[in-house]
Ligand binder design. Structure first.
Ligand code: GTR
Length: 746
């Protein structure tokens, strides 16, 4: 009897499980088809998919998080001891291998070293060595060691073949220098593939693992202090240096030099939506560097179980210096600092907070001797060889509690009633539901917005001029010297001494023409401000200008030319907000833009992307001059999950809003309020289908909530939601969406 009952329930359970598994397969197949539709062709990737038969993971079943995963969180609990971390570290390593870098073999047992050549130079001996290891010693690695005269043992400075000149500086500083054939200029790591056929490691992982073989060898060299080995490399070699340090704890220090995407830049925070090098770019241009599985996450970056702050976390508590340049387009100052804050607690677990530092240098992606001397200062400081100071320098304000302690005024959520978005919209609108009373309604919203942007310091108008124009070398650094074909560019200075570039079609007569115009508000874009650091095709501002618009572009505070202006902002203006400053700058831009002789001031549109959309919404709510707003990847409602934290606490854009964290229902305005304050002007929200930062459903909700106000003006059609099948990027297809909307208004 038991049996009779038992059988059907097992069968049912089996059937249900099979149906679920089928659903998951169908979803995963769907993701793959969509990726193949959206992503530019990568033959290497397609080949891998065909060969391996792999499908993307079931994203729906993976936890989503816009914030960086906390390295100290395990199954919802927090790790509080070094012992627990040691265990968790292995899990993170395995996840990193699985999703991003592939798996490397264990340390080989026995390594053979044959000296190829040895010679004397000034105060040192130089030796070229061939290492052989692995099954039947089939794997091979060339390296060169430069040993200072004397007994040693000397600390070791290790880097890749192409950075030999860096090694010479280290030698000059008394290090045993070691360079190995794990670089584009000399790479022996293909021999590893033959020796270890069962591993799916990518090229950078092989190179990183090669560095460990050099330590194996150095452990046999009496003049080498194998307990004091530092590894470094630049850019792609910065990536491999971090991987080396993550994989092999014998590295006593690591310096990641402008390592960028797949290095120290987390994918969630440094991608195409931040004008950086996203997964799509890097896995297509350099298909061998990482595991092809990583490419599945384009458009689903928020599902990555480990992000690229993990190799730094895995280096804790060993010294790690993250070196970058302020205008380095391979990196992002903002994303780097966010990653730093995310990893710091791991170092804190060991009381080793000062072992993690960011080192800024001026300029772009390049390095020069001063920079390398600083790297060696860092090694000296860590190895007890010199008291070099590496004070913590952070550019973007981060610490909300400090802001709160200093601000003389801050909003009090208790002063406002608790309301859902619907209640908020309804209550505020209820008193004014006639066209004539709209200005009162709008003024009420404006008053709330102004109050939450903090107290602005004094301001007098600037009609614009050209004193202080961007000099040519800065234009070159920020990649905006040449306006490009069929365009002309005017440089000017506006507001509080801010540089702007106006791009216009070359046929527009600047004295007699009258063109519609666009105020362009860029997203988080550290290295180059309004110009993309990485791009496919044309720049958005150029596309729009070619379509017949005068496009007013400038770097917002904290980006491009103005990167350092954000540092210490709240020391200077404790009661104001960065968002308030950004809106002020945008309004000053309108002062000048609307007065340009070749601009039709009745046709000035605002186009903002990401952060720029946030600024644009506030600008248009406060200022009557724009004729319309297009917001790409707009902010989600503050009342939505995680809608407030990013703007207010993770990054002090509007710290006043942070007072409402956990009490969002008391906010006296929300994103739909901003839209309604623009009524009846056209407002378009553009959210790519795969935009996890600004999901289409939220934008749809915002417009829905705003519709009753627009209906009063019979302007329902002015509110538009565009949802291209895409991920969050501003490529030419997305630019066409923008141009199309602008043209329709024309
Ligand atoms: C770039 C790549 C960067 C960086 C750089 C380099 O093209 O996009 O991530 O690795 O190469 O290594 O110089």
């Amino acid at each position: 009897m038991m049996r009779g009952k038992w059988m059907p329930s097992v069968l049912l359970a089996l059937l249900a499980a099979t149906a679920l598994a089928d659903d998951a397969i169908a979803r995963r197949t769907g993701y793959l088809e969509q990726l193949r539709r959206l992503l530019p062709e990568s033959k290497a990737w397609t080949g891998w998919i065909e060969e391996s038969g792999e499908l993307p993971p079931d994203f729906e079943a993976m936890p989503a998080s816009a914030a960086l995963p906390d390295p100290l969180e395990r199954d919802g609990a927090r790790i509080t001891t070094p012992e627990a971390w040691a265990e968790h570290r292995e899990t993170l390593k395995a996840l990193l291998a699985q999703w991003v870098i592939g798996t490397a073999p264990p340390t080989p047992d026995h390594i053979e070293a044959a000296v190829l050549e040895e010679w004397r130079e000034e105060g040192c001996t130089v030796r070229e060595v061939e290492l052989r290891f692995g099954p039947e010693h089939r794997a091979r690695l060339w390296c060169e060691v430069m040993v200072p005269d004397g007994d040693g043992p000397f600390p070791v400075f290790m880097t890749q073949h192409n950075h030999r000149a860096w090694a010479l500086i280290a030698l000059q500083r008394g290090y045993l220098a070691c360079v190995y054939a794990g670089a584009d200029t000399r790479d022996d790591t293909d021999t590893f593939l033959e020796a270890y056929p069962g591993y799916d490691w990518s090229r950078l992982t092989r190179r990183a693992w090669a560095a460990g073989r050099c330590i194996d060898y150095l452990e046999t060299v009496p003049q080498a202090d194998a307990r004091r080995v530092a590894i470094t490399g630049h850019s792609r070699n910065g990536k491999q240096s971090l991987i080396a340090s993550a994989l092999d704890e014998r590295f006593a220090a690591v310096i990641s030099s402008s390592s960028g995407a797949g290095g120290s830049m987390p994918t969630r925070l440094y991608s195409e939506q931040q004008y950086g090098e996203g997964i799509e770019f890097i896995t297509r241009n350099f298909p061998e560097w990482f595991h092809p599985r990583w490419r599945f996450f384009v458009g689903h970056e928020d599902r990555l179980p480990v992000d690229l702050h993990t190799p730094v976390a895995l280096s804790a508590p060993r010294p790690c210096l993250i070196s970058t340049a302020l205008n380095d387009n391979v990196d992002s100052v903002w994303a780097g600092e966010q990653a730093y804050h995310a990893v710091k607690p791991v170092y804190a677990l060991f009381g080793a907070e000062d072992k993690l530092r960011i080192l800024y240098r001026p300029g772009g992606h390049e390095t020069w001797p001063t920079v390398i001397e600083r790297y060696i200062d860092w090694c000296d400081a860590q190895f007890g060889r010199g008291a070099y100071a590496f004070p913590e320098r952070l550019i973007h304000p981060y610490d909300w509690e400090t802001w709160r302690a200093r601000a003389r005024t801050a909003p009090d959520p208790a002063a406002y009633p608790e309301r859902t978005i619907d209640e908020l919209m309804h209550d505020m609108w209820a008193g004014h539901s006639a066209r004539e009373s709209f200005p009162e309604y709008r003024d009420e919203i404006r008053a709330h917005v102004r109050a939450l942007l903090g107290s602005p310091p004094p301001k007098a108008a600037n009609p614009g001029g050209d004193y202080g124009k961007e000099p040519a070398h800065i234009e070159t650094l920020l990649n905006r010297a040449v306006p490009g074909a069929r365009l002309q560019k005017q440089d000017l200075v506006f507001g509080e001494y801010i540089n702007a570039d106006v791009y216009a079609p070359h046929k527009l007569d600047l004295e007699t023409g009258r063109a519609p115009a666009v105020l362009w508000l860029h997203p988080v874009s550290c290295a180059r401000g309004y110009v993309m650091g990485y791009r496919r095709g044309e720049h958005p501002f150029a596309t729009v200008a070619r379509a017949g618009f005068a496009v007013f572009c400038y770097d917002q505070i904290g980006f491009g030319r103005r990167i350092e202006e954000v540092e210490g902002f709240y020391d200077r203006y404790p009661d104001w907000s960065l968002l308030g400053k950004m809106v002020r700058d945008a309004r000053s831009a309108l002062d000048v833009l609307c007065a340009l002789p070749y601009v039709d001031a009745s046709k000035v549109y605002v186009v903002g992307y990401g952060l720029g959309a946030m600024v644009g919404l506030h600008l248009c709510a406060l200022d009557d001059r724009p004729a319309g707003l297009l917001a790409l990847s707009p902010p989600t409602p503050f009342r939505a999950e995680d809608g407030l934290r990013r703007w207010s606490r993770d990054w002090l854009l509007a710290p006043q809003l942070g007072c409402f964290l956990g009490r969002e229902q008391r906010l006296p305005y929300d994103i739909p309020s901003l839209v309604t304050a623009c009524a009846p002007k056209p407002v378009a929200l553009v959210t790519a289908q795969l935009d996890w930062d600004s999901p289409p459903a939220h934008a749809a909700g915002v417009l829905e909530a705003a519709r009753p106000v627009y209906a009063l003006f019979d302007a329902d059609e002015a509110l538009v939601h565009l949802v291209p099948e895409d991920y969050n990027r501003f490529d030419e297809a997305m630019q066409a969406v923008v141009v199309d909307w602008l043209r329709r208004l024309e």
